[in-house]
Design a protein around this ligand. Structure first.
Ligand code: ARG
Length: 565
């Protein structure tokens, strides 16, 4: 039962409006005396051309059937809805019990496909903390949309093509050693790449040779491609170690190289549609009418670009997956890139240009400055995750040294802390990395939510399991703390929906902290394992529902929920 929707239907019926137009207006008042739900009538002032309190009074007058509510009354500009607390508790709890693990699943997306392009690191470059955000935000959106019934296609659009690989081949030919690369992997590739840039400043002919290598790659030259493939394999091996630790998966690793043989047709299409113009020897799509700099399609040396591959990839994805939306999760500094090539797709006459969505996020920085590859000050993802696990192990050894399976718990909590911290903040916000903040078991953190989940598990274990729902008397859950918990539980599906519609996993992360806080208050105010069986059963049922929703919400974010910690 969607109580907000029920309240909106009643208002719509009385006011002669369409429920779909007003269903999002219903609020949850901060003070319980103001009802469990409230309809703000100022939202109707424009259409009804009356003062909001008059509207509230008039609509309330016309309501004849209270539906699921026990009381409906106008107060100033609001119509307040009161639920019958025990009926409400029973409704919510029974729904959760019958849905089980599927509670929160909706059918919004049935028959629809969402393509999500996320993580997408660059081959032969370190997988640094900046990639963390794309990886965890994209992974969370994948699971959130899946929960809403969408078919999701997760794509790792690896940066594995472009002139930089010509440079890398040239650098390897000049200074590389097979043994060193095999032993040190990406870090060795990065260091010869950096050396290339230093040397090319003194000797520009290096750049010409690098370009020639890339042209060879494009033309299918065997030597060039086998070196490239080797760099690719080495990089993927390192990336996959990180994905494994983060528990992230992709349906396809179709990086930029995948489009090498598909770009010519798209360039031709641009020509045929009269969109390509020459500019100083390069081919561009002019975007002056959209007040943007031109989108570069072919360089003066004939090479294709990042945008050329993105345009080709989008057309390929539309043809292959027939997506309803295609999301691109990247840093906010790529805003212009996406705006430009989305515009090119639109100019090509594809009406699905509107379904391409850039999902940008802010920067991650360390307390002492930005994390960038160019400055050479990078924090590697893998080191960071290992450090998180090590620090968590230290905390466990301090607080609960005899915890069984503590290595596994340290992994789940340490890595969960990093993921949660990233997702708790709104996407656009810049994040300053802080161990103290993210590993605080009492803060608004992953460990806090996990700890609350473990607490619920331990109560249930002591009680010998959850009670038989058929025997639970829900009128025992009408005290304020219980009602708060039940309201929080009820809002879970709506929160998932909100997270999806705003492409904002933080909605789920924040919800989990709120639910954990409501639960901890409930746990503090009520003796759960009391002698009164009626109370005990009802409270245990609530504990079990909280346990399940916390676990489910953490799973949406890609975080495990250990039963003990
Ligand atoms: N490889 C790019 C980078 O690290 C991100 C790619 C994002 N996806 C895309 N289709 N452009 O910045």
């Amino acid at each position: 039962m969607d109580f907000k929707y029920e309240a909106a239907s009643i208002v719509a019926g009385a006011a002669g409006l369409d429920v779909n137009d007003i269903k999002d207006y219903v609020e949850v008042p901060a003070k319980p005396e103001m009802g469990d739900y409230a309809f703000p009538c100022f939202r109707l002032a424009k259409v009804m051309r009356k003062a909001p309190n008059m509207i509230a009074a008039e609509i309330a007058e016309k309501i004849t059937d209270k539906g699921v509510f026990s009381k409906i009354e106008p107060v100033a500009a609001y119509i307040n809805f009161f639920t019958d607390k025990s009926a409400y508790a029973a409704e919510v709890m029974k729904k959760i019990a019958s849905d089980g693990e599927n509670y929160g699943s909706l059918a919004d997306g049935s028959g629809k496909t969402i393509v999500i392009d996320y993580s997408s690191p660059n081959i032969a470059k370190p997988f640094h903390v900046g990639h963390l955000r794309s990886t965890v935000i994209g992974g969370a959106l994948y699971r959130i949309f899946e929960k809403l019934g969408y078919k999701c296609v997760g794509i790792n659009h690896l940066g594995d093509w472009g002139t930089q690989f010509g440079k890398l081949i040239e650098a390897y030919k000049l200074w590389g050693s097979k043994e060193e690369v095999e032993e040190k992997g990406i870090s060795e590739l990065t260091s010869i790449y950096v050396k290339f840039h230093e040397e090319a400043e003194k000797d520009p002919s290096l750049d010409d040779r690098a370009r020639a290598w890339f042209v060879k790659m494009q033309d299918g030259d065997e030597e060039a491609l086998s070196l490239w493939k080797w760099f690719y394999d080495i990089s993927i091996k390192e990336f996959e170690r990180v994905y494994e630790k983060l528990g992230v998966k992709f349906d396809y690793y179709t990086g930029e190289s995948f489009y090498n043989d598909k770009m010519a047709a798209v360039v031709q299409e641009l020509k045929d549609k009269n969109l390509l113009t020459e500019s100083n020897g390069a081919m561009i799509v002019d975007l002056e009418d959209a007040k943007m700099p031109p989108c570069l399609i072919i360089r003066t040396d004939g090479g294709t670009l990042y945008a050329t591959r993105d345009i080709t990839a989008a057309i390929y994805r539309k043809n292959t997956y027939d997506f309803d939306k295609c999301l691109y999760v990247t840093a906010i500094d790529q805003n212009l890139h996406f705006a430009q090539w989305f515009k090119v797709i639109e100019k090509m006459g594809y009406d699905w240009a509107k379904d391409l969505v850039h999902v940008p996020f802010g920067l991650v920085s360390l307390e002492d400055g930005k994390l960038s590859t160019r400055k050479g000050k990078v924090v590697l993802m893998e080191d960071l995750l290992d450090e998180a696990v090590k620090k968590t192990m230290g905390i466990i050894n301090d607080k609960n040294p005899d915890l069984p399976g503590k290595e596994e718990v340290a992994k789940q909590v340490g890595i969960g802390a990093v993921i949660f911290d990233d997702l708790y903040n709104g996407r656009i916000k810049d994040i300053v990395f802080s161990w103290d903040r993210m590993l605080n078991f009492d803060g608004e953190t992953g460990p806090y939510v996990q700890y609350t989940h473990a607490r619920a598990c331990s109560v249930l274990k002591k009680a010998g399991g959850a009670p038989d729902m058929a025997k639970v008397d829900f009128s025992a859950l009408t005290d304020d703390a219980s009602v708060d918990v039940i309201k929080m539980l009820e809002s879970y599906p709506a929160k998932i929906r909100e997270a999806a519609s705003r492409y904002e996993p933080s909605v789920v992360a924040r919800y989990l902290v709120d639910l954990a806080q409501a639960f901890n208050k409930f746990y503090h105010d009520n003796v759960i394992l009391c002698d009164d069986e009626r109370l005990r059963n009802a409270r245990l049922a609530a504990v079990d529902a909280v346990r399940m929703v916390l676990k489910s919400g953490l799973a949406l974010l890609g975080i495990k929920a250990p039963e003990r910690m």
